[in-house]
Unconditional design. Structure first.
Length: 47
């Protein structure tokens, strides 16, 4: 019982860290994409 519980906790912590890493990667890419779009819109504003 204790062994299986520790395994479940280990699995959950691994998945949680993976989700956190994916979130950090996605947020950095989102900043990059938003910068590209905002720069493009600024360029579109100029004649």
């Amino acid at each position: 019982m204790i062994f299986s519980h520790s395994l479940v906790r280990q699995k959950l912590s691994m998945q949680f860290s993976i989700v956190l890493n994916l979130g950090a990667i996605l947020s950095s890419h989102l900043d990059y994409i938003i910068n590209i779009f905002s720069n493009g819109h600024h360029l579109d504003n100029y004649p």
